[in-house]
Design a protein around this ligand. Structure first.
Ligand code: NDP
Ligand code: 8X3
Length: 251
């Protein structure tokens, strides 16, 4: 019997790659995101790989949308084993004194509150079934703060704290929690961060080989495929050319 996974933010980058990897490896997948056309295209791709798909179009910042989409799953879809909390973004890269309030709200509402809404909604069933694996997309920004990264780093430090907190609170229910902390991954992340400015986005990855979304999906698949008694709690994954948040070797 195929297992059920939920991937938030499956319309792009790491989330999309995770959905494909899971579909190729025996999971039926609930894919979510705001861009309906991309969800529809991904659904076709996953079905070609033999997976059944539930395509749910909502914004993780909206609690009632989260609850109406994920709070009343029925049949096999209610038995979610793996939740990949991936939906997230950086918006802007400015000194805090010049920070844009709308950017701040978007990051906190998506990366922290959205993750909480989705997790709370799905954890109830996982705890009842005493089975489940929550994978949170944190970041190296959840471990270290860098210049002009302020609120994004704070939001990812919150994810780091929540991964630890969920692990403790759900320990009696056999729930595994894996906190994934990548360095630079070339996706749409920087285009979103720089509000569509491709020159700035491309400069982020200039002179070195960044990680690919598939590198992270492979790593997450490894984590969720381990025997039931084994949990990778926390995993930092970097491009070879990136030592930490601030040290890159660019040619
Ligand atoms: P992308 O921009 O390529 O993908 C982000 C995904 O999040 C999209 O599918 C987007 O879908 C979804 N998303 C954003 N806001 C919302 C929302 N309000 N409601 C629902 N879905 C939303 O970036 P990545 O794949 O790189 O990022 C994925 C995660 O990985 C993020 O949490 C990011 O912080 C983290 N990360 C990324 C790194 C990188 O260098 N790229 C490094 C470390 C961590 P849609 O717009 O359709 O709603
Ligand atoms: C994305 C990686 O270094 O841009 O989380 O914060 S970084």
């Amino acid at each position: 019997m195929r297992k059920i996974a939920v991937v938030t933010g499956a319309t792009s980058g790491i989330g999309r790659a995770c959905a494909v990897k899971l579909a190729e490896n025996g999971y039926d997948v609930i894919i979510t995101g705001r861009r309906k056309d991309r969800l529809d295209e991904l659904e076709k791709e996953l079905r070609k790989r033999g997976a059944d798909v539930l395509n749910l179009n909502f914004d993780v910042r909206n609690l009632s949308e989260v609850e109406s989409n994920l709070g009343s799953l029925s049949g096999k879809w209610a038995e979610v084993e793996v939740l990949i909390n991936n939906a997230g973004l950086a918006a802007g890269r400015d000194p805090i004194q010049n920070g844009d309030l709308d950017d701040w709200e978007r990051m906190i509402d998506t990366n922290v509150k959205g993750l909480l809404y989705v997790t709370r909604t799905l954890l109830k069933g996982m705890c009842d079934r005493k089975k489940g694996h929550v994978v949170n997309l944190c970041s190296i920004a959840g471990k270290q703060v860098y210049g002009d990264g302020n609120v994004y780093c704070a939001s990812k430090h919150a994810v780091d704290a929540l991964s630890k907190a969920i692990r403790i609170d759900c320990l009696p229910y056999g729930i595994k929690v894996t906190n994934i902390c990548p360095g630079a991954v070339e996706t749409e992340f920087s285009i979103v961060r720089f509000h569509g400015d491709r020159t700035k986005a491309d400069a982020t990855y200039e002179g070195f080989e960044p990680l690919k979304a598939e590198d992270i999906a492979d790593t997450i698949y490894y984590c969720v495929s381990l025997p039931d008694h084994v949990c990778i709690n926390d995993l930092t994954i970097m491009p070879k050319a990136q030592a930490d948040s601030g040290h890159f070797f660019r040619r």
